[in-house]
Write a protein that binds this ligand. Structure first.
Ligand code: 4AD
Length: 455
């Protein structure tokens, strides 16, 4: 009854408030500020309201007292409502804790958008133990939670670090097209569509385009979405993922392997140099240990030996023999057991793509590499590329591919060919490893996989 009459009013005699983001709180203590954000947590006590405000840059505890706490708009306030809160940020006394070790003592606030309470309250819409597919339907709301916001901050830091390492190495960023008319990694996972009446696909990999950039721009990289119409439901396959790819000219297979291990190690080092990000990684993945150089090198054939010695069967339940694919389950078993990054090399020609260079000392196998990480398995796939035109033609033939649409890729072997190689890294996979996520779906803003294209 009484509260319904109390309305919050500004005190016009107070100094003007400076508009800040929560991140800047520590630098603006003891002066009047206004902070805009979403009500992340809310606790009403007699004569006092504690709310934690969220603005994406951080969390800020705000304290309302007196009329501000007793006002009708305060006692009917709800989680996820938006407000502008005016007041002064003070450091917390010893023994108390809050984000940033300070709190804003409010003198006034404005309600911007009141979120529903009752049945429609956010806590009723989003329930942590709900079915995963229901949570994915509500991804736009679930995103606001601390786990996902943490992951996406680490993701941004990761993308920053990739670019920083490439910049230091003098490797140039390019942006190849997503709509293409060639395949890279096999016809079975192509998303096809009509492009002004012509057949076209969503790109599986920008590799072929990166190769054409070498004579023009030197070593290049791209961070681009790749698309795979994967039919299997696995915890590490998406239909759309952010693919980090690099292509390097005039190097040996060994050079490529050291580049890859250095790239991963440096990137992780830069991610963890940021204290805010390091704290998030620590929280999500308390046992994380940064990888050390050099990574363990293992050939495909020695992996088969390892699997057979450890009684891990192939996909048909038999012992592994040369030419078998090492499927996800077996690969994971081996990687988890060895429990350190592995550079798995020299895969047989038959199980790899048309463009891969054969090993000079054994034409049954290719200069190819997968990087395997504990808990996730493969995070990188790379190889040296065939740079002899006739060899490449045999590759198309072996894979029953028509060489004609690849005329531009073939020209690469005509006008000044060179030994070269490169790799692709799955952003969601390395992130799942870094943040200890069970599935890569947690690492994509709006994950796309079999049967899921919304929201
Ligand atoms: O091993 P992949 O298929 O290699 C290529 O596409 C090469 N053309 C890349 C290159 O050499 N430029 O894919 C590379 C990486 C994998 O190691 C994995 O991390 C990721 O891309 N990846 C996927 N991530 C999520 N969902 C999928 N369906 C993925 N398919 C591949």
């Amino acid at each position: 009854e009484e509260a319904s009459k109390i309305v919050v009013k500004p005190d016009l005699s107070l100094p003007e408030a400076k508009h800040i983001k929560i991140r800047a709180g520590a630098a603006h203590r003891e002066t009047r500020v206004v902070v805009h954000g979403w009500v992340h947590r809310l606790r009403l006590q007699k004569g006092l309201a504690f709310l934690v405000l969220r603005d994406g840059t951080g969390f800020l505890q705000c304290v309302l007292s007196g009329d501000l706490a007793n006002a009708y708009s305060t006692i009917t306030l709800t989680l996820e409502s938006t407000v502008a809160i005016y007041g002064i940020i003070h450091p917390l006394p010893e023994g108390k804790s809050a984000p940033g070790n300070h709190e804003l003592v409010a003198d006034y606030y404005k309600l911007v958008g009141l979120a529903p309470g009752g049945d429609d309250a956010i806590s009723n819409r989003v329930q942590e133990n709900a079915d995963p597919s229901m949570l994915l339907d509500l991804r736009h709301l679930v995103l606001r939670g601390e786990t996902l916001t943490g992951i996406f901050k680490v993701r941004a830091a990761l993308l920053r670090s990739f670019r920083r390492v490439y910049e230091e190495l003098g490797i140039l960023e390019v942006t190849p097209p997503c709509m293409v008319q060639t395949q890279v990694e096999g016809g079975s996972t192509l998303f096809a569509f009509k492009y002004y009446g012509e057949d076209a696909y969503l790109t599986q990999s920008s590799q072929l385009y990166l190769e054409t950039c070498l004579p023009a721009l030197g070593d290049v990289f791209c961070i681009q979405e790749s698309f795979r119409a994967e039919r299997s439901h696995t915890r590490r396959h998406l239909s759309e993922y952010t693919h980090v790819e690099a292509e390097l000219a005039f190097l040996t297979f060994d050079d490529l392997l050291s580049h890859i291990e250095n790239f991963i190690t440096k990137t992780v080092q830069y991610v963890l140099e940021d204290e805010e990000i390091a704290a998030i990684v620590k929280k999500l993945n308390p046992n994380f240990v940064a990888p050390q150089l050099p990574f363990r090198r293992m050939t495909y054939e020695s992996a088969l030996e390892w699997l057979n010695e450890h009684g891990v069967p192939n996909e048909d339940g038999e012992t592994f023999k040369f030419g078998d694919d090492i499927a996800e389950a077996a690969e994971r078993k081996m990687t988890d057991e060895i429990n350190q990054p592995i550079l798995l090399t020299r895969f047989p020609v038959e199980i790899k793509s048309f463009y891969m260079q054969k090993c000079a000392d054994d034409p049954r196998v290719t200069e190819s590499v997968d990087v395997l990480m504990p808990n996730v398995g493969e995070i990188v796939g790379g190889s040296m590329r065939i740079y002899d035109l006739d060899e490449l033609m045999k590759g198309y033939k072996r894979e029953n591919m028509d060489a004609a649409p690849y005329y531009w890729f073939n020209d690469q072997r005509v006008y000044g060919t060179c030994p070269h190689g490169g790799y692709g890294l799955g952003t969601e996979r390395i992130l799942a490893w870094l943040c200890d996520r069970f599935t890569v779906r947690d690492c994509s803003l709006y994950p796309r996989f079999t049967g899921r294209c919304k929201p």
